[in-house]
Every structure is written in C-alpha cells, then in structure tokens.
Design a protein around this ligand. Structure first.
Ligand SMILES: [Zn+2]
Length: 217
C-alpha cells in the first residue's frame, strides 16, 4: 500500500493541524479519505496525533469496512466516514470533530444556518442535524445514514459534534472553520436575544464566546 503513503501522511499532517487549532482535542476527532473507487484511509483509534505516523493509518474497503492495510485498529467512527463518502461520490475527504462552539450548538438539537456570505454551492444549504445516538455505535451510524442527503455536506450530531465532507482535506478544514464561525454567530444572537438573561451573565457568555472563537482561528 506504499502508493497511498502520501494520502496517509496528509491525514497525519491534518490531524496535527486540527489539534494545534483546537478542532481535535486529545484523541477526539477523526478523518476518512477516499483513495480510489474501493478504498479509504481513516485515522487509527485512540492514537496520539503527535506520535502517529503514515504507517499507522489503516486502509479499509469503503463498502465493507474490512481492513486491507495498517497495523492499528481503525477509528470507531469509520462507518460515519464510509456513509459520508458513499453518499457524496464527488467528495474525497470527511472530517469529524468535537470543535468547541459547534459542539455547544449541537447541544440545542437544532439545524445550523450558515453565516451570511458563505458559498452555499460548496457547503450545501445548511448544517443539518443528526439525531442523538451514543458516539462510536452502529446506532449513530444508522441514524446518520437515515439523515444524510446528497446535497448536504455538513452535519451537527446532536449532543456530540460535527461531520463534514469536501473535495479534499484542506477544503474540509476550511469548512470546519466556516461551521465554527456560523455556530459562533448563531450562539451570539441567541445570547443577545434572550431577554431574561442577567446582564452580567450575558456579558460573561459573550466574552467566553469571543475568546473561544479567537483561539480556534
Ligand atoms: Zn465523536
């Protein structure tokens, strides 16, 4: 599987980039990349992103999830990525995160509108909502498969996090940033419009939001 070394290394590099910028925390968050018509590479399960190497990145059949290369166990969320790639044949990269602001919005169990100015052709009409199921389970994979639509590329998973798909890893990372910015705008409006909120609490919450947003640039 040496011919896929570049793609595997790109996954390693992206994991470090997302960890450095607060999108991946600890070993939370994972990636799936389409390699060809049949195969995808995914992040290994419970592996430190800073010690991970390209050889650690498992290669799986998209349709069956059986491992064809790599020593490590694939991420528990591999079925989410195979579902995403199968539903969007033109998209090559799928990323799942627990990024802080969008994960906070995911607690509300609502769909998220994109912030004004976003390119909806690339992003899809909105960030759709996948109903809550425990993470890493086949129940979550099934709920995602039932929710997914061919023209919707970004999803909040209720009380959990985010998953999105783009043409390549770099574009997917850009999409994560747009999801986070849209989530910040959405929360900011909710906090500002909540008339029953104590003025000091409101100021505190808006400050927390500003700080969190500036850290995840
Ligand atoms: Zn997760």
């Amino acid at each position: 599987m040496n011919r896929f070394t570049t793609a595997r290394q790109e996954i390693v590099d992206m994991c470090r980039h997302l960890s450095d910028h607060g999108y991946f925390a600890g070993t939370g968050g994972n990636i799936g990349v389409r390699l060809d018509d049949r195969l995808m590479a995914v992040t290994p399960s419970a592996t430190d992103y800073y010690t991970m190497t390209a050889a650690d990145v498992p290669i799986l059949e998209i349709a069956t999830l059986s491992v064809v290369a790599g020593e490590k166990t694939p991420t528990v969320e591999k079925a989410l990525h195979s579902t995403m790639l199968q539903a969007h044949p033109s998209r090559y990269a799928s990323i799942h995160t627990h990024q802080p602001i969008a994960s906070a919005v995911a607690l509300l169990h609502e769909m998220l509108p994109w912030a004004p100015g976003c390119d909806l052709t690339a992003l899809g009409p909105h960030v759709a909502l996948v109903p809550y199921r425990p993470s890493g389970t086949s129940m979550l994979a099934k709920a995602f498969a039932r929710t997914i639509l061919p023209d919707v590329y970004a999803y909040l998973m209720a009380s959990h996090g985010v998953i999105c798909a783009a043409n390549d890893l770099k574009s997917a990372a850009g999409m994560l940033r747009q999801i986070e910015a849209s989530a910040a705008l959405y929360l900011r409006k909710l906090i500002q419009n909540r008339s029953t909120l104590d003025k000091q609490v409101r100021t505190f919450l808006l400050n927390v939001l500003d700080k969190t947003e500036s850290q995840g640039a």
